[in-house]
Design a protein around this ligand. Structure first.
Ligand SMILES: Cc1ncc(COP(=O)(O)O)c(C=O)c1O
Length: 447
């Protein structure tokens, strides 16, 4: 549908109200307002259709408005909207908690429900403190764990912290497992994992009391630029944590619910976390977060240690139950299958274009790191031959894909130079092909 006077006025109205009444925290919005969405398609107020390859920042894993999720939410709305699930029990919370015990890795059993990823991370840290009796936490440089003052302390990126200090005390950061810009020179994946674990030990030994509550790690670092660690890295981190009496917290807010081609990235890595944080894809867009732990750890919480008014909202929990069924009914398999094809296609772009420093990912969580091939200066602390990052190229290709191909892709990474490809996991091969063509065309255009 081509824009007409009426729809353009509707869009302008939304833009004006955003300018006037919404706090100015976005770096720049796309020039439209989204009115509807279904599957992989988002439709603007002007009736323009876009292929969504970012899923509202990796949230609508089962596709926008999955019918079973919408129906479950609607049915629950008719019966019960709110009780405060920690004052009056209700069935959706009970059933979802039981379901999470079934589907999460290892012996994770008891869940606390909240409303977002940042709350899940902060709650997990509180539980780790309670269980271990220690307070100090180690996270990774370039990590993203949220923006409220507790999780912001764990986020390893100064860009999010300007003007916000002090945040939570007792957080120390160790280098990220970012082999493309390795601080350890050229080495095999196995050597890199060993060096990264040794560096983690060194940081703990020099910057902490060594009595830790937790080490918090994203199994694949999303906002940091889709950084996939070497195969045995997570197990090494868990071992280091346990050597220090600490818990290993896997922050699967972004990687969970099928994103990496497994229901949880820890499943793929064969590592059982002590606490697993979840949000984003858990309810296909309804606001819900959770952290889940084995009974022995979970029972360290005593009455009054934690609570959330809206956490475990019955409507969101009912939606999550339907979402999990849908994901397990072929959608995660699709992510794995399409991801294998996508990885090969992106690798071909890496071979063809000097602009592409590296393509990396798993499942339908892929990053395309863009570089300036004429600038070999790299970045500080980087002992690799990787050229300098270029955020301008990433922005230009993102805009090109949107304006010329009606394809929406994300941009992220510590250096803001990584195209983020995280579509609904229901995406079809032809749609993927269209998205890769948009990137390829964009690369050709920017030269
Ligand atoms: C790994 C990870 N943890 C935590 C968060 C914070 O989640 P939320 O924005 O729901 O608070 C994010 C958000 O991007 C994330 O990617």
């Amino acid at each position: 549908m081509a824009p007409n006077q009426e729809s353009t006025a509707r869009t302008d109205d939304v833009i004006e109200k955003y300018d006037e009444y919404v706090m100015p925290i976005a770096k720049g919005y796309d020039p439209f307002s989204i009115e509807r969405a279904e599957g992989t398609t988002m439709v603007t107020a002007d009736g323009e259709e876009y292929l969504d390859c970012f899923s509202g920042i990796s949230v609508t894993n089962a596709g926008h408005n999955h019918p079973a999720v919408v129906d479950a939410a609607k049915d629950q709305l008719d019966d019960l909207v709110h009780t405060c699930s920690y004052v009056y029990r209700n069935r959706p919370v009970a059933d979802l908690a039981e379901k999470l015990a079934e589907i999460t890795p290892g012996d994770l059993q008891k869940s606390f429900f909240c409303n977002s990823g940042t709350e899940a991370v902060e709650g997990a840290v509180k539980l780790a403190r309670k269980y271990t009796g220690s307070t100090e936490v180690v996270a990774l440089e370039m990590a993203f764990h949220g923006r409220t003052l507790g999780s912001l302390a764990l986020t390893g990126n100064h860009g999010y912290k300007h003007g916000m200090a002090p945040t939570l005390n007792d957080v120390t950061h160790a280098p990220a497992p970012y082999q493309y810009r390795s601080p350890y020179g050229d080495c095999s994946e196995e050597e890199f994992a060993a060096r990264a674990a040794a560096e983690l030990e060194r940081v703990i030994g020099t910057h902490t009391s060594t009595d830790l509550a937790a080490i918090v790690v994203e199994p694949v670092m999303g906002e940091g630029g889709i950084i996939v660690p070497p195969a045995d890295y997570l197990q090494r981190v868990k071992d280091v944590a346990h050597d220090h009496g600490a818990l290993f917290i896997a922050d699967e807010v972004q990687t969970g619910y099928g994103r990496t081609g497994d229901l949880f990235a820890c499943d793929g890595a064969g590592v059982n976390p002590d606490i697993l944080t979840q949000a984003k894809g858990i309810a296909d867009g309804l606001p819900l977060g959770a952290f889940t732990a084995p009974a022995e750890i979970a029972d360290a919480f005593e009455a009054g240690d934690h609570l959330s008014t809206f956490g475990g909202n019955p409507v969101c929990c009912a939606a999550a139950l339907a979402n999990i069924d849908a994901l397990r009914d072929g959608i995660v398999d699709n992510a794995r299958e399409q991801g294998e094809w996508l990885g090969d296609r992106l690798a071909a772009l890496e071979a063809e274009f000097d602009r592409v420093g590296e393509t990396r990912g798993t499942g339908l969580m892929y990053g395309v790191e863009l570089v300036d091939p004429t600038d070999g200066s790299g970045v500080d602390g980087d002992d690799s031959a990787a050229p300098a990052p270029t955020s301008e190229a990433a922005k230009a290709i993102q805009t090109h894909a949107r304006d010329e191909h009606d394809v929406l892709i994300g941009v992220g990474g510590y250096h803001k130079n990584v195209l983020r490809f995280q579509p609904p996991l229901t995406i079809a091969r032809e749609e993927l092909e269209r998205a890769v063509t948009a990137i390829e065309d964009g690369l050709g255009t920017i030269g």
